[in-house]
Design a binder for this molecule. Structure first.
Ligand SMILES: *[C@@H]1O[C@H](CO)[C@@H](O)[C@H](O)[C@H]1NC(C)=O
Ligand SMILES: *[C@@H]1O[C@H](CO)[C@@H](O)[C@H](O)[C@H]1NC(C)=O
Ligand SMILES: *[C@@H]1O[C@H](CO)[C@@H](O)[C@H](O)[C@H]1NC(C)=O
Length: 891
């Protein structure tokens, strides 16, 4: 039936059938047949033409409807002449941002002006040197902000956000982004679940994000309609009042046809995401897409046929305008009036979606997560953590790995705005936007300043310049050559001796700190390694003995670079996982005796598992981290609840466990988590811990907990809430009172630890902050200290200031490779209160010390960087000196 409509000229079906039947029965009546035939033919012709003497009452409404369904999306005719934004808030004062370095996004992202910006009535009125008369007219109303040559860019636009729909902190029952009602649901709207009380609005604004496209989740192939919001809070406090240029369909099924339509947005997802929720295969998902699109395509076709008759005045038997409230949004997709945002990773998925768009002739606005940028394969993937505050960080990393700077800024501002069909909002930055740690000193949304009394960290003058970055051309060529999987295993230098030349500085770790061995601004030095050990560093004359007989040494020019301790990863299952989402590539979870009895074959509830037994070497994430200077990892057995087991420390550069130096220390500490799992209760977990510590010490578990109470190995507890951390401090005292021995306790996660900085310092408890830049993921994380511009201190600074030993962690196996940036960020954000040496310690020796790894000064890995120090963005790691592996690896 629908097919017929699509391929044949339209005839009202009921009338046609009846007349045809009538013909067959009347042909025998020959006498009447001629007259009748003439009459019938006329009637048939008239009815085929469908002309009625009087058009129906709804004719004019229907005609304008018919015009509107084919109207193209465009701004209203007077858009560029408008005097104020429709989001303008009365009473907002005009603002002059003067002496700004303005990146406009124009000229392919290369246009930069020095001048002033005038904001009025929610619009950017002018940019450049403004005429005195223009300003004088504003009189005393004008608020003047002196940018003092700081960089100003359009606000950051997050085109992939679940803010408000997947709220922060996450609460059971408040997660409104995934529907479980079906694979295909174009009729759902993310707007309906938008929570206006989310903690992340303010945090995102503090990162310069002004506008977000709120997408439904990716558990559905077609998850529903997405909406663009501005993140500022509104007087109305409603989700609707946050919308930016919403489509007219949101509060009527029949928008005023005279208005040009506005862009609509829709979420699609392919591959693993929709598959995992519905146990669909890719074939199932793609059929669901095709079936849905066929439906929408047919409705569109019916509407077009209907309208071509209506517009020709052929009303007879036309009936009602064909439509379907459930499918109207997808029909609009086929009409090219919806930006489709597809969440797809792999070539197979991208290809299927492109075929779909060809089959049903609709455009796709953006592929999210598409891992095509081989050099930074996880960059885009990362953009979907709900923490959009650090979206610019993604652009900074892309730039570091060779993405052109004009496009890097554009990718999170103007290009992104263009993808959504809109722009207009400003951020004043405390440094060049591509300098690591760039932080807004003010954010304007609709002309309204968003930061009440922003805290701005002191930064060196050169942070205002575009940072120099190393060259990754070779890696880019390799990535393409190997289809994104270039070989990563490090190669040993030939010969026992490696001489590093043109060395500007050498840092070395001691038992509990990092010290500067050598630094020179004038005469660059040398560093000599024998069998992986640094034997000498200094100016040339200092190392003559070591250089003696170095004729067949390997020489590496560091071009003013440096040697520093290798960083240490902790906090993710790196070393126990290859692909986090794929069980068959991972070590798996341990049994938890607090939840369920442990099999007897393991010794029952007194069993304790060693992470070292499950180590997996040679993962791409391990090698990628190694190649940026994260030379070792510490990991604990992966667990879902309270009980973990014995941690281990290992090399990220080794290919297998039997290689020299692959395992650094097989048993490092006892690990548990005390968190708000639904069960058992926090108090039950504490009770279990108390029992395990006080004894009786039975079996293998007893053996290691005895070592803990005797102060031999640390107890490492993952805890986030300040209340739990406080309880742990009390428990430590309780045990110590009994044993008179100092119990080594380390808290990891530690989102709220800053609240107890003084108490932690007093009781000698160290902290590994993970993530290093906190985010209120769940309730127990919610009292974070956000750092500049929202608070003067970051959590790290506050803890360090109080004398707490602090290390930082990596949340994901792939994020270990960002550790040098994260450590550098902590130092930059501290505005000079954390030295480079201390920052290096936070990323290396502190982590080892807090987690029970005992590495002597002589055995510690060192990393050689070219063109700068390990924590400078302009440096690149070129070698790893590993005394334990008795080698220098050249990367
Ligand atoms: C925009 O800039 C990029 C990177 O610098 C360059 O490759 C591209 O050709 C430029 N496009 C235009 C239209 O100039
Ligand atoms: C929605 O579903 C996707 C895909 O399964 C998942 O990654 C995401 O975490 C879900 N959102 C929430 C809030 O659970
Ligand atoms: C490196 O180690 C090998 C094997 O132990 C030894 O023979 C050699 O002398 C060492 N080389 C240097 C320069 O110390």
């Amino acid at each position: 039936m629908e097919k017929e409509l699509a391929t044949r000229p339209y005839r009202p079906p009921r009338l046609r059938g009846r007349l045809e039947g009538y013909f067959q029965k009347t042909v025998i009546v020959l006498g009447l047949s001629i007259i009748l035939a003439a009459l019938v033919t006329r009637a048939l012709n008239d009815s085929e033409a469908g002309i009625l003497s009087h058009p129906p009452r709804h004719a004019s409404a229907t005609i304008s409807r018919c015009h509107s369904i084919t109207a193209k999306v465009s701004p209203p005719q007077d858009f560029h002449k408008r005097s104020h934004s429709d989001r303008f808030v009365h009473g907002t004062k005009p603002v002059l941002v003067k002496r700004a370095t303005i990146w406009t996004g124009g000229k392919n992202g290369t246009e930069v002006y020095r001048g002033d910006i005038l904001l009025d009535k929610g619009l950017i009125k002018s940019v450049g040197r403004l005429h005195h008369g223009v300003l004088a007219a504003y009189g005393s109303d004008l608020v003047v902000v002196d940018a003092k040559n700081a960089w100003v860019t359009p606000g950051i636009v997050d085109i992939h956000s679940h803010l408000g729909d997947a709220p922060s902190p996450a609460l059971d029952g408040a997660e409104d982004d995934n529907s479980s009602k079906g694979t295909v649901q174009p009729w759902l709207r993310s707007l309906d679940g938008l929570n206006t009380h989310d903690d992340s609005y303010q945090l995102s604004i503090a990162g310069g994000v002004t506008t977000s496209l709120i997408l439904p989740g990716s558990a559905n192939a077609i998850g529903g309609q997405a909406f663009v919001i501005k993140l500022r809070s509104t007087e109305e406090r409603t989700p609707t009042s946050m919308l930016l240029e919403p489509p007219y369909n949101i509060d009527t099924s029949f928008p005023d046809p005279s208005l040009p339509p506005r862009w609509r947005h829709m979420k699609h997802a392919c591959g693993e995401n929709p598959s995992s929720q519905y146990k669909d295969t890719r074939m199932d998902t793609n059929w669901a897409f095709r079936e849905a699109y066929k439906k929408a395509f047919d409705i569109k076709q019916k509407q077009d046929n209907y309208c071509s008759l209506a517009l020709a005045g052929k009303w007879k038997g036309l009936g009602d305008f064909p439509e379907d409230l459930q499918w109207e949004a997808l029909v609009d997709v086929v009409r090219g009036r919806v930006k489709v945002n597809a969440h797809c990773y792999e070539a197979v998925d991208l290809d299927a979606l492109v075929r779909l768009s060809n089959e049903f002739k609709f455009p796709i606005a953006a592929f999210h997560h598409a891992s095509e940028a081989y050099l930074v394969p996880d960059l885009l993937k990362k953009a979907y953590v709900t923490d959009s505050r650090h979206l610019l960080y993604e652009a900074q990393q892309a730039y570091y790995y060779g993405f052109p700077p004009n496009l890097a800024i554009a990718s999170v501002t103007s290009t992104a705005a263009e993808v959504m069909g809109m722009g207009h909002h400003l951020v004043i930055w405390d440094s060049h936007p591509l300098a690591l740690g760039a932080t807004p000193s003010q954010v304007f949304i609709d002309g309204i300043p968003q930061l009440e009394s922003p805290h701005v960290a002191q930064k060196p003058q050169n942070y205002n310049d575009l940072p120099k970055v190393p060259n990754f051309d070779k890696e880019a060529v390799e990535a393409v050559k190997y289809e994104g999987l270039p070989p990563l295993a490090p190669k040993k230098a030939t010969g026992d001796v490696v001489v590093f030349t043109n060395v500007r500085s050498v840092y070395k770790r001691t038992a509990d700190a990092v010290k500067l061995l050598f630094a020179s601004e004038t005469e660059l030095g040398v560093a000599v390694a024998q069998n992986g050990s640094l034997v000498c560093s200094g100016v040339h004359v200092d190392c003559l003995t070591a250089l003696d007989g170095a004729a067949d040494a390997t020489f590496v020019d560091l071009e003013g670079g440096s040697i520093a301790p290798g960083l240490v990863s902790f906090g993710s299952p790196l070393g126990l996982n290859h692909i986090q989402a794929e069980d068959s590539t991972n070590d798996g979870d341990v049994f938890d005796p607090l939840v369920k009895g442990v099999p007897k074959i393991l010794g029952g509830d007194t069993a304790i598992v060693r992470a070292v037994d499950g180590l997996l070497f040679g993962s791409r994430d391990a090698y990628l981290a190694y190649r940026v200077g994260v030379t070792s990892g510490i990991t604990a057995p992966t667990h879902g609840n309270f009980y973990s087991g014995l941690g281990t420390s290992f090399s990220l550069g080794a290919a297998h466990k039997l290689e020299a130096g692959a395992v650094i220390q097989d048993i490092t500490a006892v690990h548990v988590s005390v968190r708000h799992f639904s069960k058992p209760s926090v108090s039950t977990q504490i009770a279990a811990l108390r029992r395990l510590l006080l004894g009786p010490h039975k079996g293998a578990t007893g053996h290691y907990f005895k070592k803990v109470v005797e102060g031999e190995i640390p107890l490492v507890v993952e805890a986030h809430s300040a209340d739990i951390i406080a309880t742990l401090i009390i428990l430590k005292k309780e045990i110590e009172l009994e044993t008179r021995i100092n119990l080594k306790l380390t808290i990891t996660g530690a989102s709220e630890a800053h609240i107890l900085a003084k108490e932690l310092a007093e009781s000698g408890v160290g902290v590994i902050l993970n993530p290093s830049r906190p985010f209120p993921y769940v309730w127990e994380d919610r009292r974070i200290l956000p750092g500049p511009p929202l608070s003067k201190d970051s959590a790290i600074v506050k803890l360090v200031d109080r004398g707490v030993t602090v290390g930082i962690g990596c949340e994901e196996i792939w994020s270990a490779r960002n550790l040098p940036f994260d450590v550098a960020w902590a130092a930059i954000e501290a505005g000079g209160r954390i030295s480079m040496k201390d920052a290096l310690a936070i990323g290396s020796v502190n982590v080892q010390k807090l987690l029970g790894v005992e590495v002597s000064e002589e055995d510690a890995d060192l990393v050689a960087t070219r063109g700068g120090e390990l924590l400078d963005v302009h440096s690149k790691v070129v070698g790893v000196l590993s005394p334990r592996r008795r080698s220098v690896e050249i990367l």
